[in-house]
Design a protein around this ligand. Structure first.
Ligand code: GLV
Length: 387
């Protein structure tokens, strides 16, 4: 097999190996997918300034995210159904992340449970929660995350209601996959994936089934999901969730400077500029395009991370140069996981690290902390073309 040299190599292998419904789940945006596509294409509008004859020896990508040491400022984002991309997927991704020295974020909608991931890893991971109505279930989740020694809580604030992904409906997305004529025909072409999946017990939503009231078997899960999210969420409620956790809290899903200013009142340690990978409001601007104005509004008051659209180390570099202190990758690691399990996640991280490190050097910088606006060339109006 030819060597993996870029994230796109992993994506190709991933597409071949994993059932269509899970590939589509990851690789789809909401409605027309405009925002999903612009999340990546807007990165290519930003250019880097090449510098020469500067000391490029002894470089470091080491940094901190919410006060924690990271080998590069790239966390694995929470991604639902990760354990359907590869058997025991969350455990594999968490192990790859801890060995690489970057944070892994476990989604509430994971297949492996919090306890399971904790039992199979050495270092603390981050845990993600949605803003759900059921206080009792939420409090138990927080307590379970605390018992598992999770080192930060990521509260997803952009999923009060869910954006529609056409393919998920058409594919009849479920975990484990429902057996229909179409899914059976597709599964028949995914034998290595299927054999691996038959070898694990982890095929249901591990944090939910048996924990949320009324959800004792996976069949009742879809109705629970539809009912569990809180459409009446407000900032007081977010503040209340914050008060239930005594470690670092990261608010994920801020895309507007007014919301970023509100977030300052909650007592969060960081915000993640994100449009949920283009899976929620189709027609929203890309995260990278919204980053400068959010930096202007709150960048000196709170740590800002960037999520949505990162597929390379150059993308990470651009986000950092625009002021983000950290980034999150979702699809980029899922491609690796689906393609080649834990090894694939490691390869995704290696690719991104190498691209970041080399591009940083070619920009004449030795340290990620030194990256700044001076490393970039932006098209006129990039920051304020849309008013
Ligand atoms: C859930 O958060 C999703 O984007 O599917």
């Amino acid at each position: 097999m030819p060597p993996i040299t870029e994230i796109a190599d992993l994506k190709r292998l991933y597409k071949r190996r994993v059932p269509k419904m899970f590939y589509d789940y990851a690789e789809t945006g909401s409605w027309t997918q405009q925002t999903f596509h612009e999340n990546t294409s807007d990165f290519s509008l930003i250019r880097l300034r090449q510098r020469i004859a500067r000391d490029m020896a002894g470089r470091s990508t080491a940094a901190q995210m919410v006060g924690q040491d990271v080998s590069m400022p790239v966390a694995l984002a929470p991604v639902g159904l990760t354990g359907m991309q590869a058997a025991d997927g969350e455990i594999k991704a968490a192990r790859a992340a801890e060995r690489f020295g970057v944070p892994f974020t476990l989604s509430t909608m994971s297949i492996c449970s919090i306890e399971d991931v904790a039992a199979h890893t050495q270092k603390p991971f981050w845990f993600q929660v949605y803003t759900l109505k059921d206080d009792e279930f939420m409090k138990r989740l927080f307590a379970r995350a605390k018992d598992a020694k999770c080192s930060a809580l990521v509260i997803t604030v952009d999923l009060q209601i869910m954006g529609q992904r056409h393919k998920d409906i058409k594919n009849g997305l479920s975990a484990p996959p429902k057996l229909t004529a179409a899914s059976i025909a597709n599964l028949a072409t995914k034998v290595p994936w299927g054999l691996e999946m038959l070898g694990t017990k982890r095929r249901f939503f591990g944090n939910i089934v048996g924990h949320a009231a009324g959800v004792t078997d996976p069949g009742s899960l879809s109705s629970w999901t539809a009912e569990a999210f809180d459409p009446s969420l407000n900032w007081d409620r977010i503040k209340e969730f914050r008060s239930w956790w005594d470690g670092p809290v990261i608010l994920k899903g801020i895309l507007d400077e007014e919301d970023a200013k509100q977030a300052l009142n909650v007592g969060a340690d960081a915000i993640v500029v994100s449009n949920h990978g283009g899976r929620q409001l189709d027609g929203a601007l890309s995260s990278i395009r919204m980053l400068p104005r959010i930096m202007d509004a709150v960048g000196d008051k709170i740590e800002v991370h960037l999520d949505s659209g990162i597929r390379s180390g150059q993308d990470v570099l651009k986000a950092l140069a625009l002021g983000a202190k950290g980034t999150m990758i979702g699809r980029a690691f899922v491609y690796g996981l689906g393609a080649r399990g834990q090894q694939g996640v490691t390869e995704a991280l290696q690719v991104i690290h190498k691209e970041l490190d080399t591009s940083m050097a070619l920009c004449g910088e030795r340290n990620v902390a030194d990256l700044g606006r001076h490393n970039l060339l932006l098209p006129k109006g990039f920051e304020d073309e849309w008013v």
